[in-house]
Design a protein around this ligand. Structure first.
Ligand SMILES: [Zn+2]
Length: 388
């Protein structure tokens, strides 16, 4: 439940200020504020406050898995074929876990890196359509297709989504001729337009980026996954600046364990400045998922906020962030993760995350008990290993 509160001592864009949160929304930002009525005060003592992060591409039911495959591959199609032929274990070893629990875990693993909104690529169990049923926001409604070859119903799904919701598709995911031709094919189907989220785009060239811009589509960039599978990633440095780019993890089968790691990996490639990387997990990602009210700290916007120890600019703070240093995650005014001193502010339970004691949305301990009973002994899950 969101609690009406005043966050004091919040360092936002280099200025210490206070934020009043009421009904899950930011209602006032000023140099300082006092709580009134039933409001509680949470004194952040100079912690840096950033907008809650947006992970624009994940498969929540696959986030228990380690990276799987024998790269490099020419394309994601080759990876899929290899998995089917040679890695039956990859597909089945987490099946003893109920899909609902795999999705719950996927939501927690996002929470651990300050994600307040995730875009799910794939079906979502019915019960999670209810807002607040997972510890992070899921961008809903959302249309998707696996890929041009695997479908399903690319053209009709894209047409249905147009103007209503984003439509995401794995595209040009590879370095071969097939990948290079996919953007034009998508356009030929009439499936490239405003709200289309082109996920990966490794095979897109300068002409393709101009087409993406002309159709007002967006790019979802998952460099860790791309480098794992292909040893290469999208030429984001060539993308026209008007195209929103969202930086995302993809699932742990190919991508980073945390969005923080993904930001650092992207930074290590030297393609874009740290300030742009921050935008790619906040404001630009919000445009890509057609939720412009998210990814910013402003009066009238949902109170999706995270607090971290400051490390210079907001972008530098993000680059230094770890799950173990995350002091607060608020989703729509509800505290979902908090350091011990803020643990009173939500319905939380203590856990060890990255070697440090913290508090997260109640339900994780019961979930990890069920996972431990269902998974084979010694199941190698890097995401689960964070809880030690
Ligand atoms: Zn994916």
């Amino acid at each position: 439940m969101p609690v009406d509160m005043v966050l004091r001592g919040a360092l936002i864009d280099g200025r210490v200020c206070a934020v009043r949160v009421s009904g899950g929304v930011v209602v006032e930002i000023a140099a300082d504020l006092r709580a009134s009525g039933d409001e509680r005060t949470l004194d952040l003592g100079g912690l840096a406050v950033l907008p809650g992060l947006i992970n624009a591409h994940d498969h929540l039911s696959l986030d228990l898995l380690p990276r799987v495959g024998t790269p490099p591959y020419p394309s994601a199609y080759a990876w899929h074929a290899d998995l089917e032929r040679n890695y039956p274990v990859a597909a089945i070893q987490h099946r003893p876990v109920a899909e609902t629990d795999r999705v719950r875990w996927g939501a927690y693993r996002n929470l651990f890196s300050g994600v307040t909104t995730v875009a799910q690529h794939g079906p979502l169990p019915f019960r999670f359509l209810i807002p607040g049923s997972l510890p992070v926001r899921v961008r809903l409604p959302m249309a998707w297709a696996e890929s041009l070859r695997m479908g399903p119903d690319v053209a009709s799904r894209a047409r249905y989504a147009r103007g209503r919701m984003p439509f995401a598709i794995h595209l040009a995911e590879g370095v071969d001729e097939t990948a290079r031709g996919e953007l034009e094919q998508l356009d030929w189907l009439g499936a490239l337009g405003p709200g289309t989220m082109v996920v990966h785009g490794v095979g897109i060239d300068a002409q393709g980026w101009r087409l993406l811009a002309a159709r007002r589509a967006s790019l979802v960039w998952c460099p860790r996954s791309n480098h794992f599978l292909f040893g290469a990633t999208a030429a984001v440095e060539e993308v026209p600046p008007e195209v929103p780019i969202a930086l995302a993890t993809d699932s742990t089968m190919t991508g980073s364990v945390t969005l923080f790691d993904e930001v650092r990996f992207a930074a290590s490639l030297g393609k874009v400045a740290p300030e742009r990387l921050l935008a790619m997990v906040t404001g630009e990602a919000a445009r890509a998922v057609m939720a412009p009210e998210l990814g910013r700290i402003a009066v009238g916007a949902p109170a999706d906020l995270i607090a971290l120890p400051p490390a210079g600019s907001a972008a530098d703070t993000l680059l230094a962030a770890l799950p173990s240093t995350l002091a607060l995650v608020m989703v729509g005014g509800a505290v979902r993760l908090a350091a011990r001193r803020f643990a009173w502010a939500g319905d939380l339970e203590p856990v060890t995350l990255g070697g440090e004691r913290t508090h997260v949305q109640r339900g994780l301990l019961a979930l990890t008990d069920r996972l431990a009973r269902a998974l084979p002994a010694g199941f190698p899950s890097p995401a689960l290993a964070q809880l030690s």
